[in-house]
Design a protein around this ligand. Structure first.
Ligand code: NAP
Ligand code: GCO
Length: 264
C-alpha cells in the first residue's frame, strides 16, 4: 500500500456524533474528503436539518439522524437503522458533548450528572453499540474527543474535567479490551478551539481570551481545521498500530509552563 493510500477512507462509513456544526462537522467534512461516507446524529431534528444543509452546501451527501447519545434504546435503534440504510459503521467519532462552567460548590448534583451523562456515558453507550459489528467485520476505529481537561483542571469545569478524564481512561480501556479484534480506539485532545462552545470565553477583551493566547505556544486559539488531519490519521490504516493514545492538538499548551511575564 502506498503511504498516501494508507490515509484514504474510501469505502468506509464514519459516524460522527453531535456533528451538525463545530468540531464534529469539521471532522466529518475532512473524513468525507478522505473518501468516507458520512453519518451523523444530533439532539433534535432542527439541528439535524441544519447539519444536512451545511453538508449539502459543502458538497457532502451526509445521512443525519436524531439521537440522544445518552439514551441506550435510541442509540441501539440508530445503529440498526444506519446498518440497514447505509451500512456497518467502520469509524465512530464520539464528539457530542456539553460543558457547564459553574463553581463546583454552586453546581447541583443534577448538573454534574448531566455533563457526565453526555460526555462520558454517551461515548460508552455509542462504543458499546458499534463494537459488535466492528468485530464481525474484522476492523474498527473509535475516536473519542477528549480535552485538555483530560489532563488538567481549572475553576468552574469540575464535571467536564471529570468526564473528559474518564473518557481518556475509557479510550485506553477499549484499546486494551478490543485491540486483539483489530479495533483501534484513540482520543483527540483539542486545545482551546474557536467554536460556539468556547464563544463565551473567547470574546475580545475577555481575560480568559488573553490568558489562553498567552499560555499557548502557537499564540492563537485553535481552529476546527487544525483537528482535521489528526482525525483522518486516526480513522485511517495509517494508524493501525496506534491504540489507546490521546493525540493532543493544542498548539503546544500542555507542553509549556507558560511564558514568563515581560520585565517591568
Ligand atoms: P459544540 O459546538 O457545543 O457542539 C457539540 C454538539 O454536540 C452540538 O451539536 C450539541 O447539540 C451536540 N450534543 C449535545 N448533547 C448531545 C446529546 N446528548 N446527544 C447528541 N448530541 C448532543 O461543541 P464543540 O466545541 O464543537 O465540541 C465538540 C466536542 O469537542 C465536545 O465533546 C467538546 O467537549 C470537545 N472539545 C471542545 C473544545 C473546544 O475548545 N471547543 C476543546 C476540547 C474538546 P446542541 O447544539 O443541542 O448542544
Ligand atoms: C473551558 C473550555 C475548555 C475547552 C476544551 C479545552 O471552559 O475551559 O471550554 O474546556 O472546551 O475542553 O481542551
Amino acid at each position: 500500500m502506498s503511504i498516501m493510500n494508507s490515509f484514504s477512507l474510501e469505502g468506509k462509513i464514519a459516524l460522527v456524533t453531535g456533528a451538525s456544526y463545530g468540531i464534529g462537522f469539521a471532522i466529518a467534512s475532512a473524513m468525507a474528503e478522505a473518501g468516507a461516507k458520512i453519518v451523523f446524529n444530533d439532539i433534535n431534528q432542527d439541528l439535524v436539518n441544519k447539519g444536512l444543509d451545511a453538508y449539502k452546501e459543502a458538497g457532502i451527501e451526509a445521512h443525519g439522524y436524531v439521537c440522544d447519545v445518552t439514551n441506550e434504546e435510541q442509540v441501539n435503534i440508530l445503529i440498526a437503522q444506519i446498518e440497514k440504510e447505509v451500512g456497518v459503521v467502520d469509524i465512530l467519532v464520539n464528539n457530542a458533548g456539553i460543558i457547564k462552567r459553574i463553581p463546583m460548590c454552586e453546581m447541583t448534583a443534577a448538573e454534574f450528572r448531566q455533563v457526565i451523562d453526555i460526555d462520558l456515558n454517551g461515548p460508552f453507550i455509542m462504543a458499546k453499540a458499534v463494537i459488535p459489528s466492528m468485530i464481525k467485520k474484522g476492523h474498527g476505529k473509535i475516536i473519542n474527543i477528549c480535552s485538555m481537561m483530560s489532563e488538567l483542571g481549572r475553576e468552574t469545569v469540575s464535571a467536564y474535567a471529570a468526564a473528559k478524564g474518564g473518557l481518556k481512561m475509557l479510550t485506553k480501556n477499549i484499546a486494551a479490551e478490543y485491540g486483539e479484534k483489530n479495533i483501534q480506539c484513540n482520543g483527540i485532545g483539542p486545545g482551546y478551539i474557536e467554536t460556539p462552545q468556547t464563544a463565551p470565553i473567547r470574546v475580545n477583551g475577555h481575560p480568559f481570551n488573553d490568558f489562553i493566547i498567552g499560555k499557548t505556544p502557537a499564540a492563537r486559539w485553535g481552529r476546527t481545521e487544525d483537528l482535521q488531519g489528526p482525525a483522518v490519521f486516526l480513522a485511517s490504516d495509517a494508524s493501525n498500530f496506534v491504540n489507546g493514545h490521546i493525540l493532543y492538538v493544542d498548539g503546544g499548551i500542555l507542553a509549556s509552563i507558560g511564558k514568563q511575564p515581560a520585565a517591568n
